[in-house]
Design a protein around this ligand. Structure first.
Ligand code: ZN
Length: 302
């Protein structure tokens, strides 16, 4: 279970996004199925205790969800299964139907409500943004969680303790962090490795992304000193990843405020910030998100 299989014979042609490979063990009983830096594939966590196992994020669509559940069952045997998601976005939560009836699905209240408000809208949004994704999305059926909570919830897996905490709105309204044993953090899209932060600002469907609160969440995560940090996308890392993400968001926040105060229009501010950030973070993927971040910070004015 310690190796990841890479298909080196063909390029990664996406979509459809496919969760692939074996779980990699990060610490005793704590696994990740790496995203291999494939678009629309998230890092997926599987935590196996003596009594129960927790899956973190499902992948996009029931086929990926079924693959993830089979991987979890191989690790967990007949232990009770739980599924939670870092947030409701399609590649993180739109495979949950594969788990319904087998695993106990746990969301925070904001996640559940956000999925209800925006789920169908995101299917249409993704169909418009991403070529050939339609058939994958047409298979999606939304399911309700079996349990919801407010604030914080703990799941005792037997030898591993999972703390689920509702921290949004930041990247989304219902962001959830999952801490395992106070040392391994699953952060979802609050963090990405070598990738610009995703600001899903799509009015009128979705305007909940909140850069200022996001910065506050990152401060709390830095203070919590996790040893291992699993981002939503990109390689597993440590606290330096949180500091890097914070530095970028703080840069955009500061520049947007400065340019706005100097009388620059929103489009002028976006162009300036976009060009500067591309020069500064040359190795990061998905620079198309810089403009979204600049717009959100400019509009909120802080
Ligand atoms: Zn997301």
């Amino acid at each position: 279970m310690s190796t990841t299989q890479f298909d080196t014979g063909t390029p990664n042609l996406s979509p459809p996004p496919v969760v692939q490979g074996d779980p990699v063990q990060l610490a005793d009983g704590i696994f990740v199925i790496p995203d291999r830096r494939v678009d629309l594939v998230p890092n997926i966590g599987i935590v196996v205790g003596s009594q129960a196992a927790l899956v973190i994020d499902s992948g996009l669509g029931p086929r990926n969800g079924t693959y993830v559940m089979e991987q979890a069952k191989q690790l967990a045997g007949d232990r009770q299964l739980y599924l939670t998601i870092t947030h409701f976005h399609p590649e993180h939560g739109f495979g949950a139907q594969a788990f319904k009836g087998t695993a106990t699905i746990v969301y925070n209240r904001a996640q559940r409500d956000e999925l209800g408000r925006k789920g169908a809208g995101y299917i249409e949004l993704f169909k418009g943004l991403i070529a050939d994704i339609g058939p994958t999305l047409d298979e999606v059926k939304f399911v309700d969680p079996d349990l919801t909570y407010d604030g914080q919830a703990e799941i005792d897996l037997g030898g591993h303790r999972a703390v689920l905490r509702s921290v949004g709105p930041a990247h989304s309204a219902g962001d959830q962090t999952i801490f395992i044993d106070d040392r391994v953090l699953f952060a979802g899209d609050l963090l990405e490795t070598r990738m610009f932060a995703i600001f899903p600002y799509f009015p009128p469907l979705d305007t909940d992304v909140n850069g200022s609160r996001w910065l506050g969440v990152l401060d709390e995560l830095i203070a919590s000193k996790p040893e291992i940090v699993v981002p939503g996308h990109g390689e597993v890392s440590d606290t330096t990843l949180i500091c890097d993400a914070r530095e970028y968001l703080e840069y955009v926040r500061g520049e947007a405020a400065r340019l706005r105060a100097s009388g620059a229009s929103v489009e002028e501010a976006i162009a300036t910030i976009d060009a500067a950030a591309r020069r500064r973070w040359t190795t990061w993927d998905h620079p198309e998100w810089i403009a979204f971040a600049a717009r959100v910070f400019y509009q909120t004015g802080s």
